[in-house]
Ligand binder design. Structure first.
Ligand code: PBG
Length: 324
């Protein structure tokens, strides 16, 4: 049972043959496009740290969302930059908050597009941490209360999916209860279940103006060295009522995506984060690699590892390149 009976190259002999035996194909159906919304009108300002990404205002984000929908991308993920920050991040659950208004505008402009919202306080607190601070520590349970208010206000504004990214214990349970009690039983929770304390969020923190003013996020986001622990995190979020679980970042965590795929039957999302995006863009700008080919290779690898859903700043570019 070996050479020359078996020649692996037979199945690679032409483009059509390769298509015929291809195991993984990236589809526009897999993609989610993140968008940043800030207070104002008529805004479309380039984000310095993230080439090709913009800060929108609630009116212009609706036009952008309509374009995303016309590319057949199924969903956008919204991040808010409020004008006013305070100790608890109270603007996060304001009915007239920037994300709440953006959701309503997008639903008018592109009713078929799914709106996912990031649920986390770091962009809303004056200290930039993902939770409220008590005695110089992040207070887990008090934070969960606030996150459930934030998620509920997104649901009230019309969000289809809420995506908690804070890594507090029990927050999925708090959010699920708040949604059930208020008759939003069909709102999906996509939890950032295995989210690592990663250096690859650097460009995003500039974009979202959400860098912590002291310390780091290592008491809540996961230690980069751990994999078994990610399985516990994911199992807990599913038990608490998450419908979709996410691994973040993606590229250096393909092993985690793969293990999650083998172990859990629910949809698995992966976040192709800002540092991964800019690493590729900078290398391409320096003439070191072919941007389109490298982008498709990266996204295909994330899917091959087991992700059903890929959140990526490349979504629009990728959608134009892949069919159906
Ligand atoms: C908020 C949040 C972050 C990202 C998504 N949601 C930053 C962080 O945790 O510091 C990072 C996304 C990216 O880098 O593209 N908690």
């Amino acid at each position: 049972m070996d050479f020359p009976k078996i020649r692996m190259r037979r199945l690679r002999s032409s483009a059509a043959m390769r298509r015929l035996v291809r195991e993984t194909s990236l589809s526009v159906d897999d993609l989610v496009y993140p968008l940043f919304v800030r207070e104002g009108e008529g805004l479309k300002e380039p984000i310095k740290s993230m080439a090709g990404c913009f800060h929108f205002s609630p009116d212009t984000v609706a036009a952008e969302a309509a374009e995303v929908a016309s590319l057949r991308i199924p969903a956008v993920l919204l991040f808010g930059l409020p004008n006013k920050k305070d100790k608890t991040g109270s603007e996060a659950w304001s009915e007239t908050g920037v994300v709440q208004r953006a959701i309503r505008e997008i639903k008018k402009a592109a009713p078929q597009l799914l709106v996912i919202t990031d649920v986390c306080l770091c962009g809303y607190t004056d200290h930039g941490h993902c939770g409220v601070i008590k005695d110089s520590k992040i207070d887990n349970d008090a934070t969960c209360e606030l996150l459930s208010k934030m998620a509920l206000s997104h649901a009230q504004a019309g969000a289809d999916i809420v995506a908690p990214s804070d890594m507090m214990d029990g927050r999925v349970k708090y959010i699920r209860e708040a949604l059930e009690e208020n008759d939003f039983k069909d709102v999906v929770i996509m939890s950032y279940a295995a989210k690592y304390a990663s250096a690859f969020y650097g460009p995003f923190r500039d974009a979202a103006e959400s860098a912590p003013s002291f310390g780091d996020r290592k008491s809540y986001q996961m230690d980069v060295s751990n994999a078994d622990q990610a399985m516990r995190e994911i199992a807990l979020d599913i038990a608490e009522g998450a419908d979709i679980v996410m691994v973040k970042p993606a590229l250096a965590y393909l092993d985690i995506i793969h293990r999650a795929r083998e172990r859990f039957d629910c949809p698995i999302a992966a976040y192709n984060v800002s540092g991964e995006y800019m690493m590729l863009n900078c290398a391409a700008d320096a003439g070191l690699l072919d941007k389109q080919a490298a982008m498709l290779e990266m996204l295909t690898a994330i899917k091959r590892a087991g992700a059903d859903i890929i959140v990526t700043y490349f979504a629009k570019e990728a959608a134009r390149l892949v069919s159906g």
